[in-house]
Design a protein around this ligand. Sequence first.
Ligand code: PMP
Length: 468
Amino acid sequence: MDVQTTAPNRPLVNGPLPGPESRRLLAEQDRHESNTRTYPRRIPIAIKQAQGAFVEDVDGNVFIDFLMGAGALGLGHNHPAVVAAVRQQADVLSHGLDFPTPIKDEFTKAHLAMLPAVLRDRMRMQFCGPTGADAVEAAIKLCKFATGRTEVVAFQGSYHGCTHAGLALSGDTTAKERFGALMPGVHFAPFPYCYRCPLGLRPTSCDTNCAHYLENVLTDPQSGIAKPAAVIIELVQGEGGAIAAPVDFVRRLRAVTRSLDIPLILDEIQSGCGRTGTWFSFETYGIEPDVILSSKAIGAGLPLSVVFFDKRLDVWPSGSHIGTFRGSQLAFAAGVAALRVVQSDGVLDNVVRQGRFLLDGLASLKGELAIVGDVRGRGLLLGVEIVDPATNRQSGAIARHVQQRLLERGLLIEVVGRDDAVIKLLPPLTLDRATATVALEILTHCLRAVDAEWAGEADAQADEELVV
Ligand code: PMP
């Protein structure tokens, strides 16, 4: 049976967006908040409340939310079990520094039990500052300390956060402009983004040449890169555009890093906690990582960040990576409650089922619509790459147009990837079939409408050229 959500159960947009009250609050925000804010620029609404898969703005418009707090809300908004657990914990203890507490102990045991059996006894947990970026910082420092090495290999198209290390390890070159002197020693290898092969080989040949490239970089004494302290990767790139690495590539990556004693860090901050249909995305690849980064949904919407790592790396002294907020007790309570729901309500099966439904529905548009270049993803981390049919290149302009159309019809999505050309879908893991069906109808309608508009414009342009 599909997991149910509670009312409201349909999107409803009453008039032009933003509505009057949203407009007022957006203007207040503009007056007081930093330019760096992002979401309300493309999705100009002020939020009043939310429940399950739906959010309501301050003007009474209701939207299906496929942003889900950038993936932090695995079970959707305000899941009753999570709300009850947080309320109860708030009366007991909210901040416990890094002392042991009963709820932390429960959280720790419950999460270690989610790891594949071979890793359970091998892994230690570190609670860092509550953001994903701080888990990245912690893991890099850990691996540098344990290996005595300084270099790190990351992948093109990756996203690991906005701190000086996180940004240094991320692919987006525009984001790095004007922030020189990021963490030094980072080297980028091609990520197997097979729709647009970084080595220019597909579709004629491949044989996992990204793996071959990496093996060469790590083993060739003339590659120019000293043996690294770590290799860090998202097996399913999220901000990069919902791109899953092929199994053969990942196995070879694991084999070469293991043979050279290079710790492999898996950034599961977005792909973990059930998002791709297994608890962690690496489970389907049949590999054993040295370090796993988890944040976002692990706190069920409350800020929490955890590094799991092989205990042989735990050679650094007390205080090597600390912070004031190292594991909120409220987030532990929320995380335990969410995990119990995942286990008791068949949530991972639901992710696979609804993910397949959405992916199949969208894939059928691929041949039909010239602006749909690729449809991909794992579980409920899905992406539609929008292209300019005239050039077949990624088109952020058309993708943003689709995003606006979706907003007007009541579906909130983010655009990510190169040129922000990928429509990224992050539904709640508890998505029910009825809501998935409505979302698919909206997506289909808006993609068709924008495709027709584009074709009309292209025709008009061709006519103009003829007249000239
Ligand atoms: N790694 C990945 C894979 C992410 O998706 C993100 C956030 N989108 C981060 C790291 C950074 O997490 P945070 O924004 O909490 O710092």
